[in-house]
Structures are given as structure tokens and as C-alpha cells.
Design a binder for this molecule. Structure first.
Ligand code: FES
Ligand code: FES
Length: 161
């Protein structure tokens, strides 16, 4: 801790290393959006209720509004800006386009990160299980059917990260 009450924290985000001096009470979400201008990750409720802020940390999906940045010192973080492989969209991104899985798009970065994390977990077998495991990501536009269609299409296509 420095005199200014900040803590040096190293975050590896989308393949880039950031060494930051941050206050220990700042959420990972606010670091991404306010310190690093990675505004693809959205703030909805800021209370762990909507899933808009979902990112991948060491391959696992987390709610970045509920995570303190300093707690992720040394972690590998992937946000929506780092999901594609250069100009080649990730299979989940392609499926979202093919299945009309968004309207306003506000929930979409969180939905895509959550879907990738969920597929990595390899726990869901059926459509109902996929629905259940994606239920923490809300869509106020009602694009849920397209979202689940997209995730199922990737899953049934044998996605294996
Ligand atoms: S902004 Fe994090 S869950 Fe809503
Ligand atoms: S597409 Fe608008 S909130 Fe989901």
C-alpha cells in the first residue's frame, strides 16, 4: 500500500499486461471501464444481479462488479474485446449473429462471456440445463430464445475451447 492508499496490481487483460496503482475498494468492472477504457463490459445493476458485467478470469466466468481488482492480481482476464481471434469472430459471437441473439446489445458482451465460460464448465447437457446455467444473465429485450438457440448451436457443433 502506498501513501496514497493505492495498491500495485498486475492484470493480464486480453493478452496485454497492465501494472496499475489502484485503490483496494475499486471493482474489476470499474477498473476495466474507467481506468482502461474497456467499455465493452457493461455495468447494469452493479450488484451481482444482471450478468451484464461478466468477464472471464483464468477461463472462468465471473461478475466483475462483485470482484475487487486487487484480488485479481496476476490473473488472466478476457473481456469481450479479447474474445475474437483477431478479425475472426469467436464461434459464440458468430452464433449470436446467426441466431438474432440480441436487440439493443447491452447485455450481449456479458451473455457471450458467460456462454463461453458455461461451455468451458461442460456441465450442461440439455437446453433446459443451458437455460438454467445462463439464467444469471438477464436480457430486458427478451432476446432469450435467440441467446439459448445460439449457445445450443455452438454446443451441438462440438465446441471445445
Ligand atoms: S453489473 Fe454486475 S451483475 Fe449487474
Ligand atoms: S439485447 Fe437488450 S438487454 Fe439483451
Amino acid at each position: 500500500m502506498t501513501a496514497k492508499n493505492t495498491q500495485t496490481t498486475t492484470l493480464h487483460i486480453n493478452g496485454y499486461t497492465h501494472v496499475l496503482s489502484i485503490e483496494p475498494w475499486i471493482s474489476l468492472l470499474d477498473i476495466l471501464r474507467e481506468h482502461l477504457q474497456l467499455t465493452g463490459t457493461k455495468k447494469g445493476c452493479d450488484h451481482g444481479q444482471c450478468g451484464a458485467c461478466t468477464v472471464l478470469v483464468n477461463g472462468k466466468r465471473i461478475l466483475s462488479c462483485l470482484a475487487l481488482g486487487v484480488m485479481k492480481d496476476g490473473a488472466q482476464i478476457t473481456t469481450i474485446e479479447g474474445i475474437s481471434n483477431g478479425t475472426e469472430l469467436h464461434p459464440v459471437q458468430k452464433a449470436f449473429i446467426e441466431h438474432d441473439a440480441f436487440q439493443c446489445g447491452y447485455c450481449t458482451p456479458g451473455q457471450i462471456c458467460s456462454a463461453i465460460g458455461m461451455l468451458n464448465e461442460n456441465k450442461a447437457e440439455t437446453r433446459e440445463e443451458v437455460q438454467e446455467l445462463m439464467s444469471g444473465n438477464l436480457c430486458r429485450c427478451g432476446a432469450n430464445k435467440g441467446i439459448i438457440d445460439a449457445v445450443m448451436a455452438v454446443k451441438e457443433g462440438g465446441y471445445n475451447e
